[in-house]
Design a binder for this molecule. Structure first.
Ligand code: AMP
Ligand code: TRP
Length: 347
């Protein structure tokens, strides 16, 4: 049984040792982030010993950003509104702990060009004009490996678009450990749940819902009120057949599959179970049902987010404490890495 299956069924009382995950403050939190990652971060708070949730601003600057400071504070407010508890989990900004970029450089000397050349996210993000992409965008997965490996992470809850980066992280950890003959890094396990792992655009079932890529009409943002949600869902692309009662009936119907997947993930049930409720419905009926569930789950979080965003003093306090905590906890491993590299200790 894989870890993700165990997670979707709930743990049998046993706690995960160390969870780490990150999100880019490069736009608002959308439904894909929530269903693919953040809601799992919240539930993992009850079944893990230690948790680090990181606003990865150094990753965000791999493409140009216009209001990073504002977006970082807004993303912190969004995570808190979704239920991240900054008392029991370490919520922090990546750039506030310089060990991330320090380790990132060292690991970029461990990772091989051939490994990075296989990364599909770079190909998607760089697009056709690869020559103009930043070098940072290319080495981005190495910095992600540093994030994860600094804290002795055992589990990384992410959507399935990040699976390849996690495999790379495992390769880097193993190569480093093997190279110095010591177990300095734990080899982490990806933690990808089946339901909601990839939410697609409401306008095109073949592209992922994302902060930048898909159009605003294709994306449901945490800040959307009920009216905006209803408008976007009503305009969502569908086909002309009623919903099937069996999962096999969704094959090849990308948009229908996406909307039912969203409904199932919000209700926290399997797709087959969701189809027992909604199978046979026309899209116009099903869209009303979906808007209701979205309103119940997302709207209160959006309101709480706005309230928290207005209290900048509180957000700064939380992030300052988180950054100090993170740095103190990564110092020991960073020192072991420096020693393993045989860097001359000059002070
Ligand atoms: P990002 O928005 O790229 O910073 O991603 C933050 C987290 O949300 C990562 O764990 C992603 O895997 C997850 N995520 C992003 N977009 C989606 C999506 N459309 N569906 C499911 N998960 C997603
Ligand atoms: N690359 C991730 C994304 O785009 C964000 C991220 C950066 C991350 N560092 C991480 C996720 C460490 C998990 C663990 O979604």
């Amino acid at each position: 049984m894989t870890d993700s299956t165990i997670f979707s069924r709930g743990f049998a009382g046993e706690k995960l040792a160390c969870v780490f995950s990150g999100i880019q403050p490069s736009g608002g939190l959308h439904l894909g982030n929530y269903l693919g990652a953040v809601r799992h971060w919240v539930s993992l708070q009850d079944c893990s010993e230690r948790r680090f949730y990181c606003l990865v601003d150094c990753h965000a600057i791999t493409v140009s950003q216009s209001s990073l400071r504002d977006q970082t504070l807004s993303m912190a407010a969004a995570l808190l509104a979704c239920g991240i508890d900054a008392e029991s989990s370490v919520l922090f900004v990546q750039s506030s702990n310089p060990h991330h970029t320090e380790l990132g450089w060292i690991l970029s000397c461990v990772a091989r060009m051939g490994w990075l050349q296989r990364m599909t996210q770079f190909k998607e993000k760089a697009g056709k004009d690869r020559e103009q992409a930043s070098v940072g965008l290319y080495v981005y997965p190495v910095l992600m490996a540093a994030d994860i490996l600094l804290y002795g992470t055992t589990h990384v809850p992410v959507g399935d678009d990040q699976k390849q980066h996690l495999e790379l992280t495992r390769d880097i950890a193993q190569r480093f450990n093997h190279g110095c003959g010591k177990e300095i890094f734990s080899v982490p396990t990806p933690f990808i749940v089946a339901s909601g792992a990839r939410v697609m655009s409401l306008r095109d079932g073949s592209v992922k819902m994302s902060k930048s890529g898909s159009s605003a009409m294709g994306r449901l943002d945490l800040t959307d009120g009920l009216d905006e949600i209803a408008l976007k869902v009503r305009k969502a692309k569908t086909d002309s057949t009623v919903l099937p009662s069996e999962e096999a009936g969704l094959e090849g119907r990308l948009e229908a599959k996406n909307l039912v997947g969203i409904y199932a993930a919000l209700r926290e049930v399997e797709v087959s179970e969701a189809l027992r409720d909604v199978g046979g419905m026309s899209f116009s009926k099903f869209k009303d049902v979906l808007v209701d569930v979205l309103g119940e789950v997302m709207v209160p979080k959006g309101e709480e987010m706005r309230r928290l965003r207005a209290d900048e003093g509180y957000l700064m306090e939380v992030l300052k404490k988180g950054g100090e905590h993170a740095r103190a906890l990564s110092e020991g491993r960073m020192e072991r890495v420096r020693r393993a590299m045989e860097f001359l200790e000059v002070d």
